[in-house]
Design a protein around this ligand. Structure first.
Ligand code: SF4
Length: 373
């Protein structure tokens, strides 16, 4: 069981971003009041089991002042049981992390930081319109370790037009020079209606070079493997035993409650998502309504979710898991996965199927092959 809190504010808009956020940060107090109220309204969503993870994501959770974060925390403590060893993560941008902030986060019980470094090169950061500098990224990491954070994830982005394979190698080396235990790496993608899509259309930046992005992903897989790390989900790498518990629970189909605008919740039978608009969200909560849409998952949807998520992980997807939906689904899966096994994209060990290193490059296509339409 986990809780996700979406903090929908950012200092400035990164050119590639399609997450829900607003730069109107003056509404922080009102938003925190709404989030606290939604937590109270949603207290019964999860069964009465202790929370194994709490995750502050966004947007930029580190933008919130200590007093607002503490208000949310206090509410979670009042309403839910929290496991004594719960993983409590906060996404942070380097420019928000100074000594005082880190001490406050630590004293609140946050025991894991996910730091949005993205690149240690100014040209990459400028191109993506990130708010921080390479020096701030390094200082944030140094300070976080200095102030006792042991569980630290670094986010990096590969395939950036201003990068080369050489600069990507340096990015990986710089990240791994810190005693981090987790790395999330995403390919730069061009989402419709983002500033990046506009700039590429206008010729300001070249289109994304898929070949270079694939080469850099391949370099990362080899690099992490040589360090003894596990590649446990397409975009996620960790020291053995340091896999993120919150995200792993998503991929393993466990229930979670998402609070805040655009946040998703899942209870095994349905998935629901809050409206992605700060003002509409806050107005509805004031009226004691949670503005969400819901999708009930039928057997076919549940099967599709399982294969789509499980195949992205190192644990893979087993026939035993699929059998809960009926023998027809097992037969369908076996038939549709076969071509990917034959060309070495999927490996089968007993009744468990997982992507090979080569298959990691084609995860979406392989998942869509085995989905029931
Ligand atoms: S900091 Fe994160 S959420 Fe905010 S604009 Fe940049 S990528 Fe998007």
């Amino acid at each position: 069981m986990g809780i996700y809190i979406h903090i929908p504010f950012c200092k400035q808009a990164c050119h590639y971003c399609n997450f829900h956020f607003s730069t109107a940060t003056k509404y922080q107090e009102e938003m925190v009041t709404s989030i606290v109220q939604e937590l109270q309204m949603q207290q019964a969503y999860l069964a009465d089991e202790p929370l194994g993870s709490i995750y502050f994501g966004g947007g930029t959770p580190s933008i919130l002042s200590e007093k607002y974060l503490a208000r949310i925390f206090d509410t979670i403590h009042q309403l839910f049981k929290i496991s004594s060893n719960a993983e409590i993560t906060l996404e942070a941008n380097p420019d928000d992390l100074n000594k005082d902030k880190l001490l406050a986060l630590k004293s609140m019980g946050i025991n894991r930081l996910s730091i949005g470094v993205q690149s240690f090169f100014k040209a990459d950061l400028d191109m993506m319109n990130r708010a921080h500098t390479p020096a701030e990224a390094i200082s944030a990491l140094e300070l976080a370790f200095e102030h006792g954070f042991e569980e630290i994830n670094v986010d990096l982005i590969y395939g950036i037009p201003t990068s080369s394979n050489d600069s990507w190698l340096k990015n990986m080396e710089k990240a791994f020079n810190f005693p981090i235990n987790h790395l999330s790496a995403y390919a730069l993608t061009v989402e419709p209606k983002t500033a990046l899509a506009h700039f590429i259309k206008k010729g300001k930046y070249p289109p994304i070079d898929e070949k270079k992005a694939n080469e850099q992903f391949e370099m990362l897989m080899h690099f992490a493997q040589a360090k003894g790390w596990t590649h446990y989900e397409i975009s996620n790498f960790a020291l053995p035993g340091k896999e993120a518990r919150h995200n792993t629970a998503y991929w393993q189909g466990k229930a979670y409650l998402g609070v805040g605008p655009s946040a998703h919740s899942f209870n095994g039978l349905s998935r629901q998502w809050n409206i992605a608009n700060n003002q509409t969200y806050m107005k509805a909560i004031k009226e004691n309504r949670i503005p969400f849409e819901i999708e009930k998952l039928d057997t076919k949807d549940q099967y599709n979710e399982l294969v789509m998520t499980a195949l992205r992980t190192k644990w893979g997807c087993s026939e035993k898991q699929i059998a809960q939906f009926g023998e027809d689904y097992v037969l369908f899966f076996r038939k549709e996965i076969q071509p990917s096994i034959e060309v070495g994209l999927v490996a089968q060990v007993d009744d468990v199927y997982s992507l090979t290193q080569k298959g990691m490059h084609y995860a979406d296509r392989i998942a869509s092959d085995v989905m029931f339409v």
